[in-house]
Design a protein around this ligand. Structure first.
Ligand code: ADP
Ligand code: ZN
Length: 611
């Protein structure tokens, strides 16, 4: 067992092998060690685990971690054991003897950390057991699951309310990556955390590069993106429907990309198997619906791609946030189009939610469309949405690196608005475009719209450009899509000003319509752009260390990152440690890992000399 009463920095250095705390980690750790409750809001990859693991080791008694995902407990516990921490989990996958053994260790005071699912914790047997031993703290991971308004609500989480009463004096620390203030307040209330000790870090994910382009031939665009930017790397591709997941996974596999499907319609054991392979194998692409998500703790997901637009900025942020937990450069890449708006609308209309809820969701969708259509820094739009003030453009999104060309679209906007108006504000984008370009379709003739003065006025502009214009009009609030009326385009307050020529409108030229300009992220080489941190002359060593890591992990039957994460391997390529002392100085190497792995890694590094 790790010695109690060590100071937090010593624990961080000697157990976890990290040099210093990240912003806010130290504050949270100190508050909890002092016996206080805390709420820690940090983005994915921000380092929440350290916030309760260090205090659990520092405080007397065992730290109890409540986590909703049984499937992930094994990895978390394996990782901790790999560091020499006495950690175990209690869940339904264990047989009776194993449970007894763990209970005994707990009674003997021999555990630093115990992971349990909420339903397990709340069983009388477990509560009795924990009341009979010393509990150092309760850490409630994914704490937003207590929120009834949230997307991941769980009945069992609600019942965690009893902790405050049953275990008075045991600090409770709630952790989540959900930024929304209502959810935050609900966590504080339900878990009775008190008003103090709320730690909210910036939601910026500086290592994620945002790139959003217009949808043309989504699978081909995706293929070019993966081949160009992340060949052989792990990634997640989100699709809006199960069918699309299946089709895309098959198509990618047929085109030389190692891909697996994941959605709620697959049998549970297939899902589990695919998730396990994604975690353990190098460079697998998971094509999934949003059923694949919460708690995907794989640190080296190099990209998250969206083939369909998520329903809100919250969803987009959360889904893209699964990239780059290890802090290395990663991509959030998306294609979108008007068909996504129609699809989201259709699903909303079919849902049984209340009218209020639908209206709120529709507003959220509009904000998401706004993010797609904006010409300025995308990161700033996201952070502003979560209430963070930003000033400087980020220089790490497509719009910053390659500012979109703009054009004066006032006249085009007037044509579009007048076509919407004269067709009675009852038709969707495709129909309005047909009127604008003067297409003599049966429907147009049926409604006698080929005799309108606007019929054919926009023939000089292509269909794709018109789509872009209409999307931007919606994103800027000059037109709106009527959720109830089959997605018909309608005029707004602002339309009148535009029609009267009182305001001028600037449009962005869609990148895909500007010849010769692909997305800035494509066209780059190297698999290890994963790792653009790897210098060219370190490539061979990098591959060799990855292979070594894989064989060591396979031998122990754990995922590769339990041995070392990419960040540590990159540091080895750069520093080329040849002694135990040098090896210990690598980020992520503590005494336990040094003892276990220094020799094979040093031997491999020595083979490559120090060029
Ligand atoms: P979260 O749960 O917030 O998504 P994790 O706790 O999984 O994030 O941490 C994300 C990554 O950051 C992990 O690879 C972890 O080892 C690393 N990490 C956390 N804290 C530190 C630190 N102080 N120094 C270096 N690496 C850290
Ligand atoms: Zn930017």
């Amino acid at each position: 067992m790790v010695a109690k009463q060590m100071n937090p920095l010593d624990i961080l250095n000697n157990v976890f092998g990290y040099e210093s705390f990240r912003p806010l980690q130290r504050e949270v750790v100190d508050a909890v060690i002092a016996g206080g409750n805390a709420l820690a809001l940090m983005p994915t990859g921000g380092g929440k685990s350290i916030c309760y693991q260090v205090p659990a080791i520092a405080r007397a008694g065992c730290g109890v971690v409540v986590s909703p995902l049984i499937a992930l407990m094994q990895d978390q516990v394996d990782t901790l054991k790999g560091l020499g921490v006495k950690a175990e989990f209690l869940n339904s996958t264990l047989d009776y003897d194993a449970v007894l053994e763990i209970e005994q260790a707990l009674r003997a005071g021999a555990l630093d950390l115990l992971y349990v699912a909420p339903e397990r914790l709340l069983q009388q047997r477990t509560l009795d057991l924990l009341q009979a031993v010393e509990v150092g703290l309760f850490a409630i991971d994914e704490a937003h699951c207590v929120s009834q308004w949230g997307h991941d609500f769980r009945e069992d989480y609600l019942r965690l309310e009893i902790l405050a009463g049953v275990f008075p004096g045991v600090p409770r620390i709630a952790l989540t990556a959900t930024a929304d203030p209502t959810t935050r307040q609900e966590i504080v209330d339900r878990l009775q955390l008190g008003a103090t000790n709320q730690f909210v870090s910036s939601f910026d994910r500086p290592n994620i590069f945002y790139n959003i382009i217009e949808k043309k031939d989504p699978r081909k665009q995706l293929h070019a993106f993966i081949r160009g930017s992340h060949p052989g790397c792990a990634g997640i591709v989100y699709c809006g429907s199960r069918r699309r997941v299946e089709e895309t996974a098959t198509w990618l596999s047929d085109h030389g990309i190692n891909a697996l499907p994941y959605h709620a319609g697959l049998p549970a054991d297939t899902r589990q198997e695919h998730q396990r392979r994604f975690l353990e194998e190098d460079g697998l692409v998971m094509v999934a619906t949003i059923a694949f998500g919460m708690g995907i703790d794989k640190p080296d997901v190099r990209f998250v791609a969206h083939l369909d637009m998520p329903k809100s900025i919250e969803s987009y942020y959360q889904e893209t946030g699964r990239a780059g937990r290890d802090g290395l450069k990663s991509d959030a890449w998306m294609v979108y189009g008007f068909q996504d708006v129609a699809w989201i609308r259709q699903r909303l209309m079919e849902s049984e939610a209340s009218e209020d809820f639908k209206r709120v969701e529709w507003r959220r969708m509009n904000a998401m469309l706004g993010l797609c259509e904006v010409s300025s820094c995308r990161r700033n739009v996201i952070l502003d949405y979560f209430g963070e003030t930003t000033t400087e453009p980020c220089r790490r999104c497509d719009n910053c690196l390659q500012p979109p060309e703009t054009w004066d679209g006032t006249q085009a906007a007037q044509m579009a608005l007048s076509a919407v108006y004269r067709t009675g504000q009852t038709f969707g984008a495709n129909y309005v475009i047909d009127v604008l370009i003067g297409k003599l379709s049966d429907r147009i003739i049926q409604y006698d719209h080929h005799n309108l003065p606007t019929f054919g006025v926009g023939v000089a502009i292509s269909v794709n450009e018109w789509r872009s214009v209409l999307r931007q009009l919606v994103a800027q609030g000059v037109l709106r899509v009527d959720m109830e009326r089959h997605g018909a385009l309608k005029l707004t307050e602002m339309s009148r000003e535009v029609l009267k020529g009182e305001v001028a409108l600037e449009f962005r030229k869609d990148r895909s319509l500007v010849p010769g300009k692909g997305s800035p992220a494509t066209g780059k080489k190297s698999a290890a752009a994963a790792t653009s941190a790897i210098a060219a002359h370190d490539q061979e060593l990098w591959e060799a260390l990855r292979a070594l890591r894989k064989s060591l992990a396979d031998a122990k039957n754990v995922p590769a990152f339990v041995v070392f994460n990419d960040r540590s391997l990159i540091a080895m390529c750069r520093e080329r440690p040849l002694t135990h002392g040098q090896f210990l100085a690598i980020d992520g190497v503590g005494p336990k890992k040094c003892e276990e792995y220094a020799d094979p890694f040093i031997a491999e590094i020595a083979r490559f000399g120090d060029d």
